[in-house]
Structure formats: C-alpha cells, structure tokens
Design a protein around this ligand. Sequence first.
Ligand SMILES: [Cu+2]
Length: 127
Amino acid sequence: MIMKKLLLLIALILFISFSKSDSISLAEDDLSQIQKTERTSFVVKGNCKMCKKRIEKAALSLKGVKMATWDIPSNMIDVIYDNKKLELNDIHNKIASVGHDTDEAKASEDVYDELPMCCQYRNGSPH
Ligand SMILES: [Cu+2]
C-alpha cells in the first residue's frame, strides 16, 4: 500500500517537473524569437520604381533581412531584420553600396554616377 502511494507520488513529481520545464523552454523560445527580430525605418534617397527595386533587392540580399519595403514618395524604407545576424549599419552600407544615400551612409560618387539618369536623385529636380 505504501509502495503504491510512493510510486504515485514519484509519477506525480515527474509529471509536474516535466510539464514545468516544457513550458519554461517554450517561453524562452518565444522571447528570443521576439528579441531577435527588429523593425525599423529610415530615409533612403531615390526617385522611381527602378530605385525601389534596387534598394529592396540590396536590403533583402543580406542574410537576416526578413522584409524590406521602400516607399517612393516618402523615401522611407521599412525593414524587419534579425539583429543577431547583422547590424542596422550593415543595411545602411549595403544600400549605399548600390548607389542610394541613407541617413547614415552615403553612396560613393563612382557608384552614383553609374545609376540610370532617372534614378539620379542628387542635384535638384529628378525629372
Ligand atoms: Cu530610379
């Protein structure tokens, strides 16, 4: 009789500790998932649909960038990225490297001059 109770108690303890550790590890997973992903937006200079393609393609080519949407009239890019895989600066630099100035990184003259005429956003009116 005592033996049976003891077994039941052990089973109960095992069950509780199992379910407890399960829920804790799940919560930690959820937390790290949230902390890993960051959403931000910043200014990227550009003019047209070709710019949009170029800017978004550059951002999305980076490992860890989950979403990149650039808006033509506001010149704002909306980015979701994994901050464990890359830093925000990497995204600025990548976009500048294809010819588009951001509020943190400037494109080099050489790359800028290679842009199609309609995409040249410096020096006054674009069109
Ligand atoms: Cu363009």
